[in-house]
Design a binder for this molecule. Structure first.
Ligand code: ZN
Length: 274
């Protein structure tokens, strides 16, 4: 009898925990968002991220709230002797949170830590044939996003990309777009969409445009979406997101269907900023 009561009590506590946890997270995040945003932080973002000045006051306020949550929840780790400064944290947080500006996503739920190297870093890359490693080589990387819990970035590239908005390249936007794609545990170029009915339109548009990009690259044509997007559908989504934020006019003109899908997904229209 006593054992049954204990089992019931434990089950009740677990169920209560499951039910209360999301509300607790929401409450905690609202508290983070209400923290005062130091003027120095504002100045640092202004200097490093020119697009920040183009946001409306209400967008800026919303972004500041997201940055507070991001800084409170994610861990920043310097690698190869890099000292993680406030500037580094703010630039990465502000750029990543632009993707969440209009309540898109849940603060990259799988992500725990951001590893930052001073500049390009080297990794061992293995090529497989079935289960066998057929080639192993050292390759230079600027950033990567893991389905487990980490994003890796080269700070020199982050700095170059954020100051040079409008060239269609941004390693932070790229890697955090991968995080959104990987929210469901798979990197396949399909993030979690608002409605079930959105998936079929997304698949039709993105598959057609991905294949078009592959064909254009094969024929040696110049493209608005960088050729790296032709690597696979996951890279297509990440590179198209970079183009959407940095070259919205060109993307809308050349690939209106892609623009429309990304506008719907991110719930924003970057044309108003550039
Ligand atoms: Zn990528």
């Amino acid at each position: 009898m006593i054992e049954t009561i204990i089992v019931l009590l434990i089950t009740g506590i677990i169920i209560m925990g499951i039910l209360v946890s999301p509300s607790l997270t929401k409450w905690q995040r609202n508290r983070f968002k209400q923290r005062p945003f130091p003027p120095l932080w504002n100045a640092v973002i202004n200097v490093n991220l020119p697009i920040y000045q183009c946001l409306t006051p209400s967008e800026r306020k919303r972004l500041q709230g997201h940055i507070q949550v991001f800084l409170a929840e994610k861990q920043f780790i310097g690698c190869k002797g890099l000292q993680v400064t406030e500037e580094i944290k703010l630039v990465i947080a502000a750029t990543a949170c632009l993707l969440l500006l209009n309540e898109r996503g849940k603060y990259f739920p799988r992500l725990r830590s951001i590893l930052i190297y001073p500049s390009t870093y080297l990794v061992n890359e293995k090529a497989y044939s079935g289960n066998y490693v057929v080639e192993e080589r050292r390759v230079a990387r600027l950033g990567e996003s893991w389905t487990s819990d980490q994003v890796v970035l080269a700070w020199s590239q982050v700095k170059r990309d954020t100051c040079n908005w409008q060239d269609g390249h941004n390693v932070v936007v790229h890697e955090f777009a991968h995080q959104l794609d990987q929210e469901d545990g798979f990197a396949e170029g399909v993030p979690i969409l608002q409605r079930d009915s959105d998936y079929s339109i997304w698949a039709i548009v993105m598959t057609k445009e991905y294949q078009q990009l592959c064909n254009d690259i094969e024929r040696g044509l110049r493209t608005v979406i960088d050729s790296y997007g032709a690597t696979n559908p996951a890279e297509f989504f990440a590179v198209a997101t970079e183009t959407f934020f940095e070259k919205p006019h060109q993307l809308l003109k050349k690939h209106p269907a892609v623009y429309q899908q990304l506008q719907r997904y991110y719930q924003l229209d970057p044309i108003q900023w550039v």
